[in-house]
Design a protein around this ligand. Structure first.
Ligand SMILES: Cc1cc2nc3c(=O)[nH]c(=O)nc-3n(C[C@H](O)[C@H](O)[C@H](O)COP(=O)(O)OP(=O)(O)OC[C@H]3O[C@@H](n4cnc5c(N)ncnc54)[C@H](O)[C@@H]3O)c2cc1C
Length: 267
């Protein structure tokens, strides 16, 4: 159940969430979008959830409704971000220069939107720890920022994304467009373990800078997203991707691979 119109809407555009919705329903999951939980009822154990549209009998309830930073230790002393996270600079330093904050209680610099943001991930926690430790011990080190790269795999259907979606980019006022492409991972004559890969690259029409990328497939496409993550970090334009060197070997990919083809399809 989700109050949003679809699943995974913070990380993927519709053409991807539709695929995951199909994957879930194909495996017998009953989905209820656009529906909000109002209360959980039961006598000594959960028996039913009541929503704004009806009620469902249940044996167990798992709530995944977001998270908020635990700022109890410093909230009366340190400057806070909108959601209560400790506001830090690129050295993980808070508004009190003797206090460093890392991980889920701290902000990050988001390269996709070129602004401070809050993205709670283990990857950000370990990197921010390394940066804070260096600065606290006298070796100056700045964060290179993050892109919010993420992945999910459900019944073998893999989705990965980085940066922002087209929906989010338009909401934020970017002159954003997307270039999409779908093709087999390997040449068509390879019939074993050769699934289609759907790719979307989101970029800004004015600056041409890449804002986000999303991929979906039964293939393991996870490593591809790291390249897009670096591209966003370094503010690479979509045009730089058009003819960049992507090797080809039929065991792995196609000569006109989906990255090249999606980039060439950009307006
Ligand atoms: C179900 C789930 C799945 C996740 N999966 C992923 C994933 O696949 N990939 C990913 O990158 N991220 C994932 N995350 C996010 C990731 O777990 C967090 O971003 C990461 O653990 C943050 O690390 P942290 O050290 O900042 O905080 P935490 O791991 O929350 O550690 C904070 C610790 O501080 C302790 N603490 C709090 N207050 C005090 C105090 N006053 N004194 C002493 N100790 C205190 C807490 O008990 C806790 O042990 C997932 C999170 C959840 C909940």
């Amino acid at each position: 159940m989700d109050a949003a119109e679809t699943c995974l809407s913070c990380y993927y555009d519709d053409i991807f969430t539709e695929r995951m919705t199909k994957n879930l329903t194909d495996h017998g999951i009953e989905l209820a979008y656009n529906e909000s939980v109002v209360k959980i009822e039961g006598d000594k154990k959960v028996e039913r959830i009541v929503t704004n549209k009806g009620s469902y009998d249940v044996d167990m309830v798992v709530l995944c409704i977001g998270f908020k930073p635990n700022n109890a230790l410093g909230r009366d002393h340190l400057e806070l971000f909108g959601n209560g996270a400790f506001l830090v600079d690129k050295k993980q330093q808070t508004s009190d220069k003797d206090v460093f904050a890392i991980g889920d209680c701290a902000t990050v610099f988001d390269n996709a939107i070129q602004k401070t943001n809050y993205i709670a991930l283990a990857t950000n926690a370990v990197r921010s720890g390394i940066i804070a430790a260096h600065n606290a011990c006298g070796i100056e080190l700045e964060s290179v920022g993050v892109q919010g790269s993420n992945g999910i795999s459900i019944w073998g259907y893999n989705m990965v994304s980085t940066g922002i979606t087209l929906t989010k980019a338009l909401e934020l006022g970017y002159d954003a467009v997307a270039t999409d492409y779908e093709d087999l991972q390997k040449p068509g004559f390879i019939t074993d373990d050769n699934d289609k890969v759907l790719i979307r690259i989101v970029y800004d029409m004015k600056t041409r800078v890449i804002l986000g990328a999303q991929l979906a497939s039964h293939e393991n496409i996870s490593m591809t997203i790291h390249m897009f993550s670096l591209a966003i970090q370094e503010q690479v334009t979509i045009d730089k991707l058009k003819l960049f060197d992507v090797f080809f070997l039929p065991h792995f990919n196609q000569p006109y691979n989906y990255i090249t083809m999606a980039a060439l399809g950009a307006k």
